[in-house]
Design a protein around this ligand. Structure first.
Ligand code: MN
Length: 239
């Protein structure tokens, strides 16, 4: 949200990636309150929690803000956290990108590093000046994870455009990819049908990189299975 006359902004790349993977994207309004968020979520077959230029208020994970950065509006933060919590409980296929992955983590009780370069000694630039269409560093992928099944590799090159990262995860999550400096680059929840957060930006890479495209096609495929499960459940209830 921004501008004098409040207006929604969303990078079209996210919507294009969903369409190119065979899905139909819907942009969600900033709805307040869990009951209304639940109503909204019931109309979806899957969820993409996108990235954003702003960061969650550290109070949301029990810390004071220690560095200077733009805080996400309270409205957007409440939507991202609320939908993530509900999608986790309902088994709704969910992919989080960059800040979206951080919201999925905080929603279920995880915490964040507020500023990588201030809090961690690393030689890797996680927010290089080069374009996000270029890869920036390697990541190492956990064998037998959802990400490994999608990537079919144990290491890949990714882009990087973040100054925050995950510090701790809730007990129901697993870290399934790290950068060579130990920065967490992917999280999952093995008990959930499709719960994947990535710290990089596949929407900038998928046109030239089949592995990155599969992140989106895997989400859509899982969303199709979710619809089938929901339909068979409704049939059972109607009998
Ligand atoms: Mn990175």
């Amino acid at each position: 949200m921004g501008g004098k006359e409040p207006t929604y902004f969303l990078r079209a790349r996210y919507l294009q990636a969903i369409q190119d993977a065979g899905g139909v994207p819907l942009v969600l309004p900033l709805v307040r309150g869990l009951a209304k968020q639940k109503y909204l979520l019931q109309r979806l077959d899957g969820l993409l929690v996108t990235g954003s230029g702003s960061d969650l208020d550290p109070e949301l994970y029990g810390e004071k803000q220690r560095y200077s950065f733009q805080r996400m509006s309270e409205e957007r933060a409440q939507l991202e956290l609320g939908l993530s919590k509900l999608a986790f409980r309902q088994g709704l296929p969910t992919l989080g990108i960059c800040g979206g992955m951080q919201s999925m983590n905080v929603a279920l009780g995880g915490t964040l590093l507020q500023d990588i370069s201030s809090q961690l000694s690393t030689k890797i630039q996680h927010r290089p000046t080069k374009s996000a269409t270029k890869t920036a560093h390697e990541i190492y992928i956990e064998p037998n994870s959802l990400l490994q099944r999608i990537a079919k590799r144990l290491s890949i090159s990714v882009n990087s455009s973040h100054h925050q990262s995950i510090k701790s995860i809730p007990s129901s999550f697993q870290v399934t990819a790290v950068a060579p400096d130990g920065v967490i680059e992917a999280i999952e929840a093995s008990r959930h049908p499709f719960w994947l957060g990535v710290q990089w930006h596949p929407e900038f890479l998928y046109r030239q990189d089949a592995i990155q495209k599969r992140l989106f096609t895997a989400l859509i495929q899982s969303a199709r299975q979710f619809v089938t499960r929901r339909v068979s459940f409704q049939k059972k209830v109607e009998k």
